[in-house]
Design a protein around this ligand. Structure first.
Ligand code: GLC
Length: 575
């Protein structure tokens, strides 16, 4: 007897031979695969290590594609695997057309894309156009050639202020802490110009006013589209255009303003011209190749600008990710998100975790209002219960959903990593004040009772230490256990594929008149109706059962037409 799924309704996972096959990314598919896609984020360093060096790699990912296929996701988004000195875990790219040797080579990438397509999985790669690595050929030449070099025009080089140019050209602060400018030395060794880096000093920002930059990225898009990728997740998609004259912001602690105000380096209207160009390129290719914006904007309404019909296809919904486990707040962000996307005709997207924020099992284990960078484990059992409920809520919403590797295992963040193990540049730049992103990047436990738990070969290492408790959370340990989070995700994704009212859509119908702290909505179609009920309170509540239980995140009893919803529980219903 499963805890959360009525036996009769248990869907059968689609057999391998019904997979769309290599033609998955062909034009024969109905339009809009991305409108309801569940997209799984693979963080290559931490997914699977084929050669035992402690670092995940492309052959490792390739070997685990059948797992993703069976999990039931539609597409895989791979965080950067390009040639990189890894100053920011690969978000500092030295060569956009090469694979870093730690991850493999272009043959491995080609084989991975082919295998994924063979399994009916689409592949989205990460593109990092806001900045390169300081080891990129252009930047190295710009430094070498000194002031006046045309290569300097491709970045933001400026003389400093003050008598000897000893002060940065403006007051912008790096997202990782400290000034957003670093002073260079001239070829003769004397102090020279400064260059802009919104992130680490090893990540100089490109100057998108420069034609060569725009041309180069159009060419890079084509390179990967020709390799067969189905789309791009665009890193810092809101950052490429800076306000004319690079004006001062005034005041310090600019980080606190991020997300609330339009900054002169983020979400400038000029970025949209870039996406209109890119959309034309994406549309030239068969099979609906997509662009997904990582755009941290002040409001969902501004996010919608990135997904107008002639721009990108999707944008991450960070407002949703940042919402606490609170019924009123969630209802509001769901409404606001759907309302913002409807006029532009783009699907809403939903996301709870990624490689930059504390995993939601840990966020919800802590008191609300602490943001998305936590360093306390909180109440683990509570966090897991809520995370399971939150995941079922997310997967019931209309549109597309993102799943970050390991959330299907209910993994918590690792909040006690020793300082010497940490690699997040924000940790060091912020003098330990912030930058706890390593905690969500700990390699995945696949099997066995000892580290690295099948992440790599037995006796191998993992680039960040895995906690001893993770033996119980491994894929192997959870497979076949009907109460496990992994089996809940597998069931949820299977139900989502099959139920006509789940997946794509533009609206939910809220059911009112329920106790405070309980959310309920319906999704009705001609082919069938669906309801979702969520109890976000600390007490069990009894409400009328809207139909037949399809799936639930914890045991929910239906007696005499009423359901007893336990605390922090989501139930899916066939109506
Ligand atoms: C994005 C990435 C993050 C990276 C930053 C700079 O926000 O998700 O990991 O540090 O961009 O590239």
């Amino acid at each position: 007897m499963t805890q959360y799924l009525t036996d009769a309704s248990r869907p059968v996972a689609p057999a391998a031979d019904t997979a769309p096959g290599a033609a998955a990314a062909s034009a024969a598919e109905p339009r809009g695969w991305w409108r309801d896609a569940v997209i799984y984020q693979v963080y290559p360093r931490s997914f699977a290590d084929s050669d035992g060096d402690g670092m995940g790699d492309l052959p490792g990912i390739r070997s685990r594609l059948p797992y993703l296929r069976a999990l039931g996701v539609d597409a895989v988004w791979l965080s950067p695997f390009y040639a990189s000195p890894q100053a920011d875990a690969g978000y500092d790219v030295a060569d956009y057309r090469a694979i870093d040797p730690m991850f493999g080579d272009l043959h491995d990438a080609d084989a991975l894309i082919r295998d994924a397509h063979g399994l009916g999985l689409r592949v989205i790669v990460d593109l990092v156009p806001n900045h390169s690595s300081d080891q990129h050929e252009w930047f190295k030449r710009a430094l070498r050639e000194g002031p006046g070099s045309p290569l300097r025009e491709r970045y933001h080089f400026r003389p400093g202020k003050g008598e000897d140019g000893e002060l940065p050209p403006n007051d912008w602060e790096s997202i990782f802490g400290g000034p957003a400018w670093t002073r260079t030395n001239n070829p003769d060794g004397t102090p020279g110009e400064w260059y802009l880096h919104l992130f680490a000093p090893q990540q100089p920002d490109f100057n998108w006013e420069n034609r060569a930059v725009a041309d180069e990225f159009r060419s890079i898009l084509r390179f990967w589209l020709d390799m067969g990728v189905d789309g791009f997740r665009i890193d810092v998609a809101h950052g490429m255009v800076k306000a004319a004259g690079l004006p001062d912001i005034g005041g310090h602690d600019q980080l606190k303003l991020l997300g609330n105000d339009v900054m002169p380096f983020f979400d400038q209207d000029g970025v949209h011209a870039i996406y209109r160009e890119w959309r034309k390129i994406l549309d030239e290719y068969p099979g609906e190749r997509i662009g997904v914006a990582e755009a941290w904007t002040p409001t969902v309404a501004r996010t919608a600008n990135y997904v107008r019909p002639d721009e990108l296809h999707q944008a991450f919904n960070f407002q949703y990710l940042g919402t606490d486990w609170d019924a009123a707040a969630l209802r509001e962000v769901i409404d606001v998100s759907l309302d913002a996307m409807r006029p532009v005709g783009a699907p809403a997207t939903w996301v709870l975790s990624n490689h930059d924020v504390t995993r939601h099992a840990t966020r919800f284990a802590n008191e609300p209002g602490l943001g998305t960078q936590l360093r306390t484990p909180g109440d683990r059992a509570l966090g897991l219960r809520r995370a399971r409920a939150a995941s079922l809520l997310m997967l019931a919403l209309p549109g597309s959903a993102y799943v970050y590797q390991g959330e299907e295992l209910g993994l918590p963040d690792v909040t006690d990593l020793p300082d010497e193990a940490r690699q997040d540049p924000a940790f060091f730049r912020g003098a330990g004040q912030d930058g706890f992103r390593d905690g969500c990047r700990v390699p995945i436990p696949w099997s066995g009772t000892e580290a690295p738990y099948g992440f790599g070969p037995e006796g191998g290492a993992s680039w960040l230490p895995q906690p001893a408790e993770w033996a119980e959370l491994s894929v192997e340990a959870q497979t076949g256990d009907p109460n496990s989070t992994l089996e809940m995700y597998r069931s949820a994704l299977a139900v989502r594929r099959e139920h006509p009212a789940l997946g794509a859509g533009t609206a939910v119908t809220w059911v009112d008149g329920l106790p405070e702290g309980v959310l309920a909505f319906r999704r009705d179609t001609a082919e069938g109706s669906f309801a979702c009920t969520v109890n976000l309170t600390a007490e069990a509540v009894r409400i009328p059962a809207p139909g037949r239980v399809l799936l639930s995140s914890a045991q929910a009893e239906v007696v005499d037409g009423a359901v007893e919803l336990p605390s922090d529980c989501t139930v899916w219903w066939a109506v």
